[in-house]
Write a protein that binds this ligand. Structure first.
Ligand code: SF4
Length: 146
């Protein structure tokens, strides 16, 4: 519920090169860590996404757009959007929107939350992100939600 609009399935992806001081998930930095996203995990994720009360998928981490993740994440995005065209996909990334806006992934992502976590700008009341420098982009209207 804290990782986007509605009740969502969230996939935390290993691999992140941003090294933000105060990061809540440093265990996800090493791309070799974590559990393998195998066929069983994929089936579990799709089963959850198929439930009526699930609004969609949120990709977090780590960084789903870490270069080593991009190919696999793009394949997953295509599969999810084909199977669940009416559900939304949110993606959290430490990169700025301007740095990733030309990636093919953007075609399959509805909402992008961008930017590194900045401890000095941390705000627990800030909806959907940890620090106020991070922006929430509606990629359909190309507008900033917050
Ligand atoms: S981008 Fe996210 S996961 Fe990566 S170091 Fe920053 S806060 Fe941690």
């Amino acid at each position: 519920m804290k990782n986007g609009d509605g009740l969502r399935a969230v996939l935390w992806v290993s691999g992140c090169e941003h090294a933000c001081p105060g990061c809540q998930n440093p265990v996800t930095w090493n791309p070799e860590d974590g559990l393998l996203f195998d066929e069983k995990a994929r089936e579990e994720l799709f089963e959850i996404l198929g439930r009526d009360y699930i609004s969609g998928l949120t990709l977090s981490g780590g960084d789903p757009l870490y270069p080593g993740n991009r190919e696999d994440i793009l394949s997953l995005l295509k599969e999810v959007k084909e199977a669940f065209p009416d559900k939304t996909v949110w993606c959290y990334t430490g990169y700025l929107y301007d740095d990733v806006k030309s990636l093919p992934h953007m075609e399959y992502i509805d909402v992008l939350v961008d930017g590194k976590y900045v401890e000095a700008l941390a705000d627990k009341q800030y909806k959907w992100a940890g620090s106020t420098n991070q922006k929430v982009y509606d990629l359909h209207s190309k507008t900033v939600i917050i």
